[in-house]
Design a protein. Structure first.
Length: 256
């Protein structure tokens, strides 16, 4: 072999070794594998679920999830993103508390709006088909925000295998529950229950993993939490509204 060929092969082997030994590549591979397997579970179950539920049931689910997904990206004030880039673990712990407090406040405001302005908002969003599930929108909103907060917290601590396992388990739980409720004769309620409890399952899974850490967190809304809110105020100021508007743009065809 010529010298140029030997050099090329040597450089190729070094490149492959660097990829194999790269921590970043391993982490991306772990997350990609978890996401792929979760999608495979959903795809495998979809032909069965499609035969158990009628199109109207899927329309109700799509409307419910559109309302939640429109608000969810901004529900924590985007403070959950700051968890990953926080200067130290003390700040990241405080940001977890702040994010969940923020999400709880937004969900409470949403609940009041759903109760006091039910007829007006239902008419605006064409959401009469939701029935009593309209009042579960704030609950689903908080659960969705909580999953995002703990996923970002796991991301900060490089627990990518935990995130992957959670995605797979959540997809499997939701698929099995949807099939069971469909077989039992439920229609739209079955899909909505599966969506709600699937997200709840993700929250419970992450709470169990971080149970010791959660007990150690200071959940009082103290001066320190206020200071952290101000220190990382660029996240709600510059990210919350654009995230909400992006989600709203995607959901508009469902609402109207």
């Amino acid at each position: 072999m010529s010298l140029s060929v030997l050099t090329f092969l040597s450089n190729k082997r070094l490149f492959i070794q660097r990829i194999q030994n790269s921590e970043f590549v391993r982490h991306v591979g772990t997350l990609a594998t978890g996401s792929l397997l979760a999608q495979v579970v959903s795809l495998a179950a979809s032909p069965i679920i499609a035969r158990l539920y009628d199109p109207n049931s899927y329309a109700v689910l799509a409307l419910f999830m559109a309302i939640v997904s429109t608000i969810a990206p901004a529900a924590s004030g985007r403070y959950e993103i700051a968890i990953v880039v926080a200067k130290n673990d003390q700040d990241s712990d405080a940001l977890v508390v702040l994010s969940l407090w923020f999400a709880g406040g937004i969900s409470l405001v949403m609940l009041l709006m759903c109760v006091l302005g039910e007829h007006q908002l239902k008419g605006l969003l064409n959401a009469d088909s939701l029935g009593l599930w309209w009042l579960m929108v704030p609950v689903m909103l908080f659960l969705t925000a909580a999953v995002a907060v703990f996923k970002y917290y796991a991301n900060r601590h490089k627990r990518y295998s935990l995130i992957s396992r959670m995605m797979i388990a959540q997809a499997l739980f939701g698929a099995v529950l949807s099939i069971c409720l469909g077989v039992a004769g439920f229609k739209a309620d079955g899909l909505l229950v599966s969506a709600l409890f699937g997200t709840l399952f993700g929250v419970i899974y992450l709470l169990y993993i971080y149970r010791k850490k959660i007990l150690d967190l200071k959940w009082r809304f103290s001066i320190k939490v206020w200071a952290i809110a101000l220190r990382y105020s660029q996240f709600p100021l510059y990210n919350a509204l654009p995230s909400f508007l992006d989600s709203l743009t995607l959901s508009l065809p469902i609402f109207f």
